[in-house]
Unconditional design. Structure first.
Ligand code: GAP
Length: 512
């Protein structure tokens, strides 16, 4: 089996080679943790966005969309808590001058100890086979007990240091003798908080320019528009406002390709509910969002919930939907019960009332909010990495195939004339002219047909339609299915229905 690291490298190089993702401004050697979506990537990303939008806005009568500006009044970020509390704890190495997230240094150290325990468990499992009782083993094996209790102790001391005193985090780093991962030096500065928001200026003159921030989440654009939307749309609680758009964070540990970026896109929905009913809706949205992910068919085993034990100051419940990325289970989406924290804070800072008159209760209140927030780029990575497969074929060769959910594939069908003569290209182009109103289709006449199939497999195109000499006689073509490589002979007039059946959002979303 290929190593996780190799699989991930393969994902990154495939994304570049086949025109999905390029490093930003690559001619200048790129910009760290910023990426451009290329000709195929932009289609896949658009399709994921549409799949989300359709399921959230179009399929729910009580959810409407919004496209708020990226630039917002700076007080927004004071009210939301981002100016004071949207920080990462950073530590510098005095010798290498490299900067690290102090909590990540400790977490990585702890994870190595956890891995030692896991290795012992796996060794024992292999030794005892079916008779292995993991629960008994981890509670009786002295070495495993020692590793796991050390692991837990480090994480709990880190959590305490992070909330009480960052000096304790530095002390922990020194006590564990954690070294700079790149140079081995243990010469550390103190741990300091570093705000993740990018600043910018509005206005021309240096004196009068106003300090602004690039939004670090799209959610606040929804909160400040809550009453505008509710009144102009005559919305009744419970209702939701959904938005997709760019967010910016000056991430220090920016690694793992498009998993953690400095400029990324979020798909967020804030659901406004009666105070006291938030837990009911929190559980509703947890389930609904997981079902949305599962509808894409990437495998149930690749998802899990991580319920937060330690909650942010504004939340009374929170969970992540974690996905099994090539580097392990990590957060893909957050579902947060945010109470009335944000609306109340905006009331306080703006001096305006952000309340709803509930005609059934005959009273005014500040609604509670349940948020669903998923990163579009992380969704892209989840879908892309899981779909990329090397398949052994019966003839002993292998093929690289991008088994994207057909509904998300950038190109739905490629039309290939078997040869570049005898009128076959003309028929192929006629088929394209007809299909392109409904689907993104491509024409390809270069190379032998087998190579063209392989290329479309690597791009994730669900269908290849081949026009050959029989087409001239009976107006039939072969249609090849990407995943099974099965070929059927069908009438040209049947093509639209066959493609539609596999790629229609309706058919996929009905699986929710
Ligand atoms: N409004 C809530 C919010 O922003 P978050 O957990 O900070 O919550 C939500 O972010 C989602 O946005 C994450 O689950 C992740 O998918 C995505 N995300 C956050 N930071 C990101 C980054 N630096 N790069 C890519 N995606 C990111």
């Amino acid at each position: 089996m290929a190593k996780q690291e190799d699989i991930f490298k393969n994902v990154v190089s495939h994304a570049k080679e086949y025109g999905f993702i390029f490093p930003s401004s690559e001619v200048y050697d790129g910009l760290s943790a910023v990426y451009d979506y290329a000709q195929n990537g932009v289609e896949l990303k658009k399709n994921i966005r549409e799949y989300w939008w359709k399921s959230m806005v179009q399929m729910n009568e009580n959810i409407v969309g919004l496209d708020a500006a990226i630039l917002m009044h700076p007080t927004t970020w004071k009210a939301s808590g981002h100016v004071d509390a949207f920080n990462d704890p950073l530590i510098d190495n005095k010798d290498s001058k490299k900067r690290y997230r102090a909590d990540v240094l400790v977490e990585d150290y702890a994870e190595k100890i956890n891995q030692k325990a896991q290795k012992e468990i796996e060794k024992a499992r292999a030794r005892f086979g079916d008779a292995f009782n993991e629960e008994e083993f981890v509670t009786t094996n002295a070495r495993v007990i020692e590793y796991l209790s050390k692991y837990k102790e480090i994480l709990s001391r880190l959590a305490k240091g992070m909330s009480d005193d960052l000096q304790d985090v530095k002390a922990l780093i020194e006590e564990l003798e954690i070294a700079d991962p790149e140079t081995g030096s243990r010469n550390w500065t103190d741990v300091k908080q570093f705000n993740l928001m990018f600043g910018t200026k509005l206005g021309a003159s240096a004196d009068s320019a106003m300090d602004l921030y690039l939004r670090p989440e799209t959610a606040q654009g929804i909160f400040v528009n809550f009453l505008n939307v509710q009144k102009s749309g005559r919305m009744k609680v419970p209702f939701g406002i959904a938005q997709t758009g760019k967010a910016f964070r000056n991430e220090i540990v920016a690694r793992q390709f498009i998993f953690r970026m400095r400029e990324f896109e979020q798909m967020e929905m804030q659901f406004f509910v009666r105070p006291g009913e938030e837990m009911k809706w929190y559980h509703h949205w947890k389930e609904a969002r997981l079902n949305w992910h599962l509808s894409l068919g990437l495998g149930k085993e690749n998802y899990r919930f991580h319920d937060h034990e330690k909650l942010a100051h504004y939340a009374n419940a929170a969970a992540d939907i974690e996905f099994n990325f090539p580097f392990g289970f990590k957060e893909l989406e957050g579902i947060h019960s945010r109470t009335d924290f944000d609306l109340k804070a905006h009331e306080q800072y703006s001096g305006r009332k952000l309340q709803y008159f509930d005609p059934e209760l005959n009273e005014n209140y500040v609604p509670y909010v349940v948020e669903t927030s998923v990163g579009l780029d992380r969704m892209f990575l989840a879908v892309f990495a899981t779909s990329l497969q090397e398949e052994a074929l019966e003839d002993g060769s292998t093929r690289t195939v991008l088994k994207l959910p057909a509904v998300l594939a950038p190109t739905k069908a490629a039309v290939l004339p078997l040869v570049k003569k005898d009128g076959l290209p003309e028929i192929s182009k006629k088929i394209i002219e007809d299909l392109k109103w409904d689907f993104n289709v491509a024409y390809d006449e270069k190379d032998a047909v087998g190579r063209r199939y392989r290329r479309q497999d690597a791009l994730g195109t669900p269908f290849c339609i081949t026009v050959d000499h029989q087409t001239l006689e009976d107006e039939t073509v072969t249609i090849r299915h990407r995943d099974t490589m099965k070929q059927d002979r069908v009438k040209i007039t049947e093509l639209r229905a066959i493609i539609e059946n596999e790629v229609s959002m309706k058919n996929w979303l009905m699986k929710m």
